[in-house]
Design a protein. Structure first.
Ligand code: ADE
Length: 243
């Protein structure tokens, strides 16, 4: 699953025998990749859109696991454009039912942070490490130079999700203050993690950093998603499925 066409287009283009099934206004691409049965789908942006899509994947298509791929804004100091983050846990940074429940906790679950599947996350991290060793092979010299992707790194840890595109340095500073261990922010992952938790289905998320969630975030994001994002997603998903 990815949110936007720009994040998954390259993958959809190489599914050899895909059959499109339309449910709830979304196209679910049922087919194979690297010899494995997959359903690829664009959730659209935001937590509710992602949760709806996850529920359809689980109920209608009976998928055995969900992996979210796409881009995120870097929050922690060393998380730079072109780095890859594999989530170990996800939290909704805009969820606050306090004082009835602790801030961030999803009411009646007892959880604020939802853990990802360790085996899938380990595989994604191994694939990402291999790709990041040679970004020129993945993206070409021109893209590496244009985006300054010279020594991209892999990070593993907390990813936070909310229904806000973080595009002001003051907002990312506030997130860093409230959630000092957050590596990156996006708008879907923690919602899908919650749905997968309810269904007891493994979930993993891998995000490439498109911007620093600061005052330049919107221009950096748009440049990155159009030129780079779906190449990372394709290579990560193919590598994982082939492994
Ligand atoms: N996805 C990519 N960049 C983001 C940002 N700055 N805020 C929220 N989601 C994002």
């Amino acid at each position: 699953m990815a949110a936007m066409q720009e994040e998954l287009g390259a993958l959809l283009a190489v599914m050899p025998d895909e059959r499109r099934v339309r449910v709830a206004g979304r196209d679910f691409w049922v087919g194979h990749l690297q010899g494995q049965s997959v359903v690829a789908v664009l959730s659209r942006i935001g937590k509710v859109a992602a949760a709806t899509t996850a529920a359809v994947l689980l109920e209608r298509f009976g998928v055995r696991a969900i992996v979210f791929t796409g881009v995120a804004g870097g929050l922690a100091p060393g998380v730079r454009v072109g780095d890859v983050v594999v989530a170990s846990r996800l939290l909704q940074h805009d969820l606050d039912a306090s004082p009835i429940f602790p801030r961030y906790e999803v009411p009646l679950t007892g959880h604020a942070r939802f853990a990802t599947d360790t085996a899938i996350s380990d595989s994604l991290a191994a694939v990402a490490e291999g790709l990041l060793r040679d970004p020129v092979a993945l993206l070409g010299q021109q893209v590496v130079d244009d985006f300054g992707l010279h020594a991209p790194r892999l990070h593993r840890g907390l990813v936070v999700s909310g229904d806000r595109f973080i595009a002001r340095a003051a907002d990312s500073e506030a997130l860093r203050h409230d959630l000092p261990d957050a590596l990156a922010c996006e708008m879907e992952g923690a919602a899908v993690a919650q749905v997968c938790h309810d269904f007891r289905v493994p979930f993993a998320a891998v995000r490439t950093i498109s911007d620093r969630a600061d005052d330049q975030a919107h221009t950096d994001f748009l440049r990155f998603v159009s030129a780079v994002a779906s190449r990372y997603s394709l290579a990560l998903m193919e590598g994982w499925l082939a492994g």
